[in-house]
Ligand binder design. Structure first.
Ligand code: PLP
Length: 421
């Protein structure tokens, strides 16, 4: 008799872009020799790593601190004193009226989103139709694509493409109707992969739409404000409203292995997340919470974000863009999304004669790892040829390696594009 897996098991273990991406990243990092322009690993910034080192030394030198960090389970909601610290930070920094009852820690923000999606959407007692998550602007984070336990859980709005006079473009949100099946809208800001930062007015329109239709709005700030703060446009404080759920992460500050995600929302959501945490992970990881806690009230974390981390990525983005332009000089059939934050350039090749997946495979054979764009359109129902014409290029690696990577990429693209203009 065949031993079968459950529907839940089959759903979460089906082939997925995020699994392949993380496998590729891990294999390439351990094998060495690859130019790493895939994945979203934060850069190793010496001044930032020095802060972690100093904190760890302090923890080791403080009697009982290391023992508590490694040896004590915390509550399924997080370390109580860390929650107090964060609440005070958000009150002071954003003016949000929040206390520890508004905050839950998760095992990375990937888990935060997984728990939220499946808390809010899927078959729901008393409702004839299963509920869904809507992505108001795709391309959107590859890691969302297969997170729904229920089938067919996502929908998306297709944006307009605004062409600029130079070689850049920008996605503009096109608002649609919120049908009754939509439990929540979700947007990353800046958006992984395009780096698009939706404007304050787009955000408040989304929030108003969600409020009017009884839906929630999830804003994923993994790269955004207040930490790590890798946003190159000017934005206001995100809104505090009962139906808005904010997720944050310590990963992109340079602490991805501590697996620390943060949800800030109304207590009804937080309480449910804590209960889900208890089932899935029992208690949260203390490492990131202990390392960063004193850096919030002292202001050191905010200063590090504005004076070290943001300028670092801004410089890297400019170097990557210059390398891209040099490599593609004279080739008119490429465009790059206006770089507004995060760690990526999003390249559009409207005349690519092969799929983005084939381009990815060719580049990998040449020692360059990028991410094919078609994995970034979760929930889009109608066909759109644009989805197979883009690739995501991470620029957090060493600029010399990025320059070599851009040269390989441009060489392949030029060689492929033999169609008459
Ligand atoms: N959200 C976005 C937009 C991301 O790009 C990532 C990771 O790359 C995550 C969430 C998850 O990050 P983590 O689980 O490390 O907090």
């Amino acid at each position: 008799m065949e031993r079968r897996f459950s529907d839940f098991g089959e759903k979460l273990t089906a082939p997925s872009g995020i699994y392949d991406l993380m496998e590729d990243l891990g294999q390439a990092l351990s094998a060495g020799g690859m130019i790493m322009m895939g994945g979203g690993n934060p850069a190793h910034i010496p001044a930032v790593e020095q802060v972690w080192r100093t904190r760890l030394e302090h923890i080791l030198a403080t009697p009982g601190a290391m023992e508590s960090m490694l040896g004590d389970y915390d509550t399924p909601r997080g370390r109580p004193d860390f929650l107090e610290t964060l609440a005070a930070f958000f009150r002071q920094r954003f003016g949000w009226p929040v206390g520890p009852e508004n905050i839950a820690i998760t095992t990375g923000s990937q888990t935060a989103i997984f728990l939220l999606f499946n808390l809010l959407a899927g078959p729901t007692a008393g409702l004839a139709q299963p509920r869904r998550i809507l992505f108001p602007l795709v391309p959107e984070y590859i890691g969302y694509t297969d997170q729904g336990i229920a089938p067919d859980m996502f929908r998306a709005w297709r944006p307009e493409i605004e062409l600029h006079n130079d070689d850049t473009f920008k996605y503009r949100l096109v608002f649609g109707d919120l049908t009754p099946d939509i439990a929540a809208l979700c947007i990353s800001r800046p958006t992984n992969p395009s780096s698009n930062v939706i404007t304050d007015s787009e955000l408040s329109t989304l929030s108003a739409l969600a409020a009017r239709s009884g839906a929630r709005l999830i804003i994923d700030h993994a790269y955004g404000h207040p930490f790590p703060g890798v946003i190159f446009t000017t934005v206001q404080t995100p809104p505090w409203e009962d139906h808005v759920i904010h997720t944050f992460s310590l990963s992109k500050l340079g602490l991805p292995t501590t697996r620390t995600g943060i949800i800030v929302a109304e207590p009804r959501i937080i309480d449910r997340i804590a209960r889900m945490n208890a089932q899935v992970v029992l208690a949260t990881s203390t490492l990131g919470q202990t390392i960063t806690q004193p850096l919030f009230p002292s202001g050191q974390l905010s200063t590090m974000c504005s004076e070290v981390i943001r300028p670092f990525y801004l410089l890297r983005s400019q170097a990557a863009l210059a390398a891209l332009r040099d490599s593609f000089a004279g080739y008119p059939h490429y465009r790059v999304h206006q770089c507004e934050g995060a760690f990526f350039l999003w390249l559009w090749l409207p005349r690519l004669p092969i799929s983005d997946l084939d381009l990815y495979a060719r580049l990998k054979r040449r020692g360059l790892l990028i991410v094919p764009g078609s994995c970034f359109f979760p929930g889009l129902q109608q066909p759109w040829d644009h989805t197979s014409q883009c690739v995501r290029l991470t620029y957090s690696a060493d600029p010399a390696a990025v320059r070599r990577g851009m040269a390989i990429l441009a060489e392949e693209v030029r060689a492929l594009d033999t169609k008459p203009a």
